[in-house]
Write a new protein. Sequence first.
Length: 116
Amino acid sequence: QVQVQESGGGLVQAGGSLSLSCTASGRTFITYSMTWFRQAPGKELEFVATINSSGGGTYYADSVKGRFTISRDNAKNTVYLQMNSLGPEDTDVYYCKARISGYEYWGQGTQVTVSS
């Protein structure tokens, strides 16, 4: 069983920045594909960004491209989401997912609130 835990959420003013972290347990973190999603109340889960196991491949949703950056530190079993130029539309609960050999493990989420 892989434990996934997000952190770093909070309240920020529009135009500001915030950095989220996600740690995943296990000795083979380097093999995990890691993905960030977000969800607002009453809305569907939205893909944000993903990074492959080596960290060389990333992919972003159009809504965050150029503003958000996903990265990982395999030595720390951690993936990051640097969010810049935040707007009220980025207010959501952000979830981290680890994918290993077809299995998926989710964190509990961290709230990001952007005030206008």
